[in-house]
Design a protein around this ligand. Sequence first.
Ligand SMILES: [Zn+2]
Length: 318
Amino acid sequence: MQYIVLDLEWNQPITFQGGAYRSSGGKLIFEMIQIGAVKLDENREICGTFNQLIQPSCYLRLHPHIRKMTHITEEDLMDAPQFGEAYARFTEWCGDDCVLLTWGCDDISVFEQNLHYFACETPLKPVCDMQRLFGDVIGNSKERKSLKSAMEYYGIDPNENKAFHNALNDAYYTALVFARLPEPDKVLNYQLKARNLIHQDRRKKTSVAISRVARGQAIALRGQFAQKTPCPVCGKPQKPKVDYVRQQADLFQALAVCPDHGLYFSKLRFFVNNDKKKVMERTTALSEEQNKAYVSTKLIQWQNKLSAQQKAQEEAQT
Ligand SMILES: [Zn+2]
């Protein structure tokens, strides 16, 4: 059996108001534009590579962010085969006896959605998640480590001719990591299932819950309801990255980050309800802006606000 390390690049709609999204967005949210793959033999030596650009059929214009990240241009894709042909080439190159490996579960979810949208009948080979196996190696299976951090862990330097965010190059780096894992066959324990990809309406990206306040605001702010705040998209609870900052007498806000959905705001509002009980209402809302620079700046700003507030409190007490 051969291992094939796979990586994809995909395009996304430039606008959710456009005709392409309105007619196809319910079925296709990310359209694949490149398949990169590296084949490894029994000794985990690289014995083949596959690199295929794909001409888009749905979202014809490249999203500026995708163009910038992948360095792929619309001209590059003009002469490329369409999805059905590209996938046929890929399955033929894979052969029969193989398992696919990816870093995390995004690629397979996108791949499955494209297969379904383009009505391809040949099923994808089983796909296993190397990111989970790497998590075991470093003794932290919950946290999802980036490919770059796995490369650092094994002392693998990026090659200056092989930029990241190119499907073939990322597959190549992932293969180098795979070649160093101590018990590679254990990756078979982490077979992936595709997630259903849909664009979520922003209005649904909030959640609200109410809890009784038993012993005052300060204690409530340290309690579970405040400190395990659920991601508004998946509901997974997170400890705030930056703790609650008072915004008004009875309104506090913290910042939290979901590993899958990014930055979100957790707000607590204290009030007395109709039954004359003291309650707090927690609202979580996903940040519209999710780019890395914005998120890190926002976290720093918030941390500064928090520190200033804590300092002011300490001074007031002395
Ligand atoms: Zn989430």
